[in-house]
Design a protein around this ligand. Structure first.
Ligand code: MSP
Length: 559
């Protein structure tokens, strides 16, 4: 097993969906982990892609009078464009329609068939078209699909089955002896609970009479491969299984498969048993995160379609347009407790942005940089031995470094972001306590230099720690701090050190605030009311401000 390498994957997204906040979340999470591991000096491979076979694609293509592949070619662009906008640094984008992947799936099927692990039999059960999954009578919930709760169709037909049941006991033993294999712990319990019932064999084929858009079974040309069997193989076909031995040995087993909690069974039961049947190592960890909710329900294509424009949560593209890429990345990473569901709201986003980024980090930056510009001609004051007064600031920064390293290694990003913001708050507290503006008045240039230098060191560390989350803004901040071009991408080993910026180094001017406060409609309204309520001498200077008398006549409606 290769522990020195980091290989992270996202689920491959259904190409039919329009990417929403839920998809953006997993991909950003993988990107933050990939960037974080590169910062730790680990060779890293980051995989994402699209799941392109199946009935929904076939139906959509028919509806649009085009071929399924052409349909995929058109729709995959939405994902590629969004990932580019979000500055996602994936090493490869796999499409399950690519030739290499299809070949590997067929070779795997041949191997399992040859080993006697795939057999044909009559299938009787229920099929959920939207989920593309078969269910037995006992799986159904009130006669509907247990996942999406929609109607299921009865079905009897000859199909091919993978002897999954044979691996039930080895899988239980594996999960029990590898406590970190399924994370968080409550998802591990969920899988173990599922495995208490007898595990059936997995139907891995679909007759072409019903579905032709899939990978042909190599041993029966009347059938295509079940889309989940095809899709899961992406995690190994993308890194060279059966095509590039060396690449495969380098990256497999994956360090983390990141998934949403709705695809737990496919990843923690189907996939490991498939790997066991192939005699391959299992991934080191499968991490299931929670859902982004809107008004209490999972954000999904179906839910979005049923919402009025006013109730719809903003799309990732809308959020980027309005607030920028880094603000969105920050919110998604900081606001969701890993493993739990979280309500997505633009209001909560704005509160978090204004508090952590505009008030804390943006403010500290402009305070320090402006004073260095004014009092030291924009050159970094010299380093000095830290004293008592710096103890709390240095301790908070060092704690943030440890927390971030731990957060990246142990999947606790939300918590470690809180620790980094705590270091920023300590920076502001230090600034307030040391009162550099008073030192300017007193002409105490030496102490002034010391305070500004220490604040800048804190900003350097924070800019490095938050770089995986906000690569654009943190690069901008690092540039402002005068960090040379070749050091703009931080290395974790330098972040634990104090006083490593060069004495006299030139800072770059802060032309506009790093995180301008977002004025909400409510904040603007409060300000205008305050203004209008002032005595006559200070009559409103803002345009569109009404008098308090007129305000009393207003009827307010929200939607
Ligand atoms: N194609 C399969 C995955 C195959 S992986 C071998 C699939 N695709 S999906 O597009 O429907 O979902 C992809 C991922 O997005 C899943 O992990 C799912 O949990 C996640 N999300 C979809 N909606 C979500 C939220 N509202 N919140 C967070 N993530 C959610 O399933």
């Amino acid at each position: 097993m290769n522990h020195d390498h980091f290989y992270v994957t996202t689920p491959i997204y259904y190409v039919n969906d329009k990417p929403h906040i839920g998809h953006a979340y997993t991909t950003i999470l993988a990107d933050v982990l990939a960037r974080g591991n590169r910062m730790l000096g680990k060779p890293t491979y980051f995989l994402t892609g699209t799941d392109e076979h199946g009935l929904k694609v076939q139906q959509a293509a028919q509806k649009n009078n085009t071929t399924p592949l052409e349909h995929c070619n058109r729709t995959v662009i939405r994902f590629k464009e969004l990932w580019q906008k979000l500055e996602i640094t994936n090493d490869y984008f796999i499409r399950t329609t690519e030739e290499r992947h299809e070949r590997v799936v067929q070779e795997i099927l041949t191997d399992l068939h040859d080993k006697g692990l795939i057999y044909s039999a009559d299938y009787e059960g229920w099929y959920c078209i939207p989920c593309e999954r078969f269910f037995t009578e006992k799986d159904l919930q009130e006669g509907c699909c247990p996942d999406c709760h929609r109607k299921v169709e009865p079905l009897v037909e000859k199909n091919y089955f993978f002897k999954m049941s044979q691996f039930q006991k080895p899988l239980i033993d594996y999960i029990e002896s590898h406590p970190d294999f399924i994370q968080p712990a409550h998802r591990r319990q969920e899988t173990l609970g599922f495995l208490q019932k007898p595990l059936g064999d997995l139907c891995i084929s679909r007759p072409k009479s019903r579905l032709s858009w899939g990978i042909d079974l190599p041993f029966d040309d009347q059938y295509v491969t079940y889309v989940w069997f095809d899709a899961l193989v992406n995690y190994i076909s993308a890194v060279g299984y059966k095509t590039d031995e060396e690449q495969f040995r380098r990256w497999w087993p994956a360090s983390y498969h990141l998934i949403g909690k709705d695809i737990l069974t496919t990843h923690t039961v189907y996939w490991p048993t498939m790997l066991m049947a192939l005699g391959l190592e299992l991934p080191k960890a499968i991490f299931a995160h929670g859902w982004w909710l809107s008004q209490g329900s999972k954000v999904s294509k179906t839910a979005l379609a049923g919402m009025t424009a006013a109730a719809k949560p903003a799309s990732p593209m809308d959020m980027i347009e309005s607030y920028g890429v880094d603000a969105l990345r920050y919110y998604l990473m900081a606001a969701m407790s890993l493993g739990q569901d979280t309500e997505f709201s633009e209001e909560a986003f704005i509160l978090k942005f204004n508090s952590d980024l505009a008030n804390d980090l943006g403010n500290l930056t402009s305070r320090a940089v402006k004073m260095i510009e004014k009092n030291f001609a924009g050159k970094l004051p010299p380093a000095s031995e830290p004293g008592e007064e710096e103890a709390a600031l240095i301790a908070a920064c060092q704690h943030a470094v440890k927390a971030m390293q731990n957060g990246i290694e142990n999947m606790q990003l939300d918590r470690c972001i809180t620790d980094v913001i705590a270091a920023v708050r300590e920076g502001n507290r230090y600034f307030d306590l040391q009162k550099p503006w008073a030192l300017v008045k007193e002409g105490n240039q030496e102490k002034l230099g010391k305070v500004l230098r220490n604040t800048t060191e804190c900003l350097r560390i924070v800019s490095g720690l938050l770089y995986p989350v906000m690569p654009g803004k943190m690069t901008e901040l690092r540039r402002i701090l005068g960090i040379p071009q070749d050091k703009l991408v931080p290395e974790m080993q330098n972040l634990g050190k104090w006083n490593i910026l060069p004495d006299g180094g030139a800072l770059n001017p802060l032309e506009t605030p790093l995180f301008p406060r977002i004025e909400t409609a409510k904040a603007k309204f409060d300000a205008s009311v305050k203004q209008a309520a002032k005595p006559a001498a200070a009559t409103p200077i803002l345009p569109n401000v009404i008098s308090i008398e007129d305000f009393a006549k207003v009827s307010l409606k929200t939607a």
